[in-house]
Design a protein around this ligand. Structure first.
Ligand code: AMP
Length: 394
């Protein structure tokens, strides 16, 4: 069993907690603070036990100097101060004298947030490539490392794997809870077990299907990903999103698992992905050249419902349509309704799917809304989770 924050005497110690504060921010205002709220239990525990609490997180992808303004963690520090009812000192540096001095001045129960770890990516992707010196440097700022960023548990970054390699370490409450809830999907899940996959990031998810297919009875495919499969099955997909290099892989697994992979039979199409656009309900053999598929249709929902109704376990990653636009929200909304009306143990994973559950007010009816998208998929696949594996055993 992995060590957790509870296995350490935190009093007077500088405890680095790697959180997942990768929240949507528009013009300095946080649009969804669920990830901040999810981190509070571990932070409060550390404060209660007289630690000096040093928080770290990534935010977005930092590729240019200009991105720094967009992806500063300053609004997170401000919001956390309110949620914790305790001032969170923000240091707009990822290393250097100012940061070191601020840490040396910390008293027990103080909370400090270091600037976005991905600022280090501007100089040779030091964070994302787990630069050894950077991991060592960050570790030198603390006494104990706690990983509470479940969303990056499948990554080898300096701020998770790097620091953990250089300090006594353990899991935070959020990560521990995620593992407990997701283990129900991997350790003798109750059957029938169906996985729903959707979303736009086709490549990350297509690759995991062959691993997931052996664990689940069915995989229902919606969202942008469905179109690479439909193309592979010989349909004209118009201008829908498609990953050409994956077509032959899709053809192969469709041939291998014709009864396990369930594709849409009808689609909501439009010529543009925007509000107030004219939409059409098309069977998959009727998609016109200038149209793109942006949601699953009502007949597909009927088919999906048949696979879900008597399920005992359901996992869902990736919205089945562009739910952010009213014209294409129906599939995702109805599917939330379908899964929450079953008796199944239901887990929804990934930022967008979790957001859809919150937007349509189903979050309280789902057994577990995971904070990790790619991380929950990697966990289900049983692939290596470097930032988890490095955590000390009890
Ligand atoms: P992901 O991060 O891969 O889970 O993708 C989530 C995004 O996929 C959401 O913002 C949806 O709007 C988008 N999406 C869902 N269905 C489609 C589709 N058919 N075509 C393009 N994007 C889609």
């Amino acid at each position: 069993m992995k060590k957790t924050i509870k296995d350490y005497d935190l009093s007077g110690k500088k405890v680095i907690i790697r959180c997942d504060f990768n929240v949507p921010i528009e013009n300095g205002s946080i649009k969804d603070e669920s990830r901040l709220k999810a981190s509070l239990k571990t932070i409060r525990y550390a404060r209660k036990n007289n630690a000096k609490v040093i928080l770290m997180s990534h935010l977005g992808r930092v590729k240019t100097e200009e991105d720094k303004q967009k992806y500063t963690l300053k609004p997170v520090a401000e919001r956390l101060s309110v949620l914790l009812r305790k001032k969170v000192t923000f240091v707009n540096q990822t290393r250097g004298k100012e940061l070191e001095e601020a840490i040396s001045k910390m008293k027990n129960k103080d909370v400090l947030l270091i600037e976005n770890t991905r600022f280090e990516d501007l100089d040779g992707k030091k964070e994302s490539n787990n630069d050894k010196d950077l991991g060592k440097y960050w570790a030198s700022l603390g006494d104990i490392f706690i990983n509470d960023a479940f969303g990056t548990i499948h990554r080898s970054h300096a701020s998770n794997l790097g620091i953990a390699s250089n300090l006594p370490n353990g899991l935070g409450f959020l990560t521990k809870d995620e593992i407990k809830k997701l283990t129900k999907l991997t350790d003798k899940p109750k059957k029938p077990y169906t996985i729903i996959l959707g979303g736009a990031k086709v490549s990350d998810k297509i690759g995991v299907i062959s691993n997931l297919i052996n664990r689940a009875d069915y995989i229902l495919i919606g969202g942008g990903m469905a179109f690479t499969f439909l193309k592979a099955a010989g349909f004209n997909i118009g201008s829908s999103i498609c990953e050409k290099e994956k077509i032959s892989y899709c053809r192969e697994i469709l041939d291998k698992y014709p009864d396990k992979l369930i594709l849409p039979i009808d689609i909501i199409t439009a010529t543009e992905m925007k509000e107030n656009v004219k939409t059409h309900e098309r069977f998959i053999n009727e998609i016109e050249e200038d149209e793109m598929g942006l949601d699953i249709g009502p007949k597909t929902l009927e088919v999906f419902k048949q696979y879900l109704d008597d399920c005992k376990t359901i996992f869902w990653n990736g919205p089945v349509g562009c739910f952010e636009i009213q014209e294409f929200e129906n599939g995702t909304k109805k599917l939330l309704d379908i899964i929450t009306n079953t008796k199944a143990y239901t887990v929804v994973g990934g930022g967008d799917t979790a957001r859809a559950a919150v937007t349509f007010n189903y979050q309280d009816k789902i057994s577990h809304v995971s904070t990790g998208g790619g991380a929950s998929l990697a966990f289900l696949e049983g692939t290596k989770l470097p930032a988890l594996n490095i955590i000390d055993e009890k």
